[in-house]
Design a protein around this ligand. Sequence first.
Ligand code: UDP
Length: 385
Amino acid sequence: MKKYLIVGAGFSGTVLAHQLAKNTDCKIDICDERDHIGGNCHTSRDEQTDIMVHHYGPHIFNTDKKEIWDFVNSLMEFKPYVHRVKAMSNGKVYSLPVNLHTINQLFGQSFTPATAKAFLETLADTSIEDPQNFEEQALRFIGKELYNAFFYGYTKKQWGCEPTELPASILKRIPVRFNYDDNYHNNIYTGIPVDGYTALMEKLIQHENITVTLNKKFDSSIDTSNYDHVFYTGPVDAWFDYKYGRLGYRTVTFEKNYADGDYQGVTQMNYCDADVPYTRIAEPKHFTYWEQHDKTVYFKEFSKETGPSDIPYYPKRLAADKALLLQYRADAENLQKVSFLGRLATYRYMDMHHVIGEALAFAQAFLLAEEQGVKPAVFPNTEVV
Ligand code: UDP
């Protein structure tokens, strides 16, 4: 019987384990350095309020792919949930993502979709033909007024650098709409798992051939020769003991507070001004609107550079990081019986549905390679920078 080691019990590791255990006769060991599974999607009930808390920031499940939606729903019931974020800018509350309401609020107008579009075209900097970075993308499509009100300060706090240094792709995550649709996401399927993500991942690894060891930090000097293959979902630079240097990440710290009733009336309020030290406040009781809780718990989020003992959250992917990534990937390609999977191991800004989709496809490709007796892929992605 084949023996596999999976390092990391987040979505990549648990989906992969589930697929391998289901489709082939194998023993799987999963290890994770934390005292819980679930990675940065970890959820559990708050001891004081019983509210389901997202310990590493708000996670909303959304996807356009029916097969991924069906897959997660086959494990747990998802309640319909549409993420409606509010933004505080210069002491006023606005609707996000930028939509007709936001435009009318900011400019004190009553535009229709057509007149708002025409108005924004007068603000857009059309001299920027091919936006090369976050700031150019914003100035080209929404103009400096909306950019300054909602994006410049937040982005500087979130990423710790000038938005001109960041890729345009970060801004493209968020839609701009000329109607009153204030759904933060553009996806067809969106919801919240009734018992949280950690319970969902527990179901993924409930199998007699899967063993999980928590509080176990992996490092690549550990002898893995008794495994047929190692699947590593930790940071790729950590595998190589940071020999070329550290990839840049932002980390998040949380300040937890309690209140009676309802603190802010919404799951997420973004603070877009540079002089407010936190980026956003999340109040998770609004995710589980079907539950009743007298008290509430909310979290202020602070972003900072990731130090050696911090948990990496957001890959920065600046030019120097991408050069470093290529060096690590070249070394990884020379390894035998090791694959790198997931957000940290591939150093990409991925949502849950991306991670799950990639782990499902990777498991299938791996099993096929095994069957054919060829070397399995080291990475799931070929497009790197
Ligand atoms: N962003 C911003 N203002 C906001 C919300 C987002 O400037 O009010 C920018 C910021 O750079 C952020 C990016 O848009 O990192 C993507 O936002 P998203 O809400 O997708 O971030 P996540 O929820 O993954 O932290």
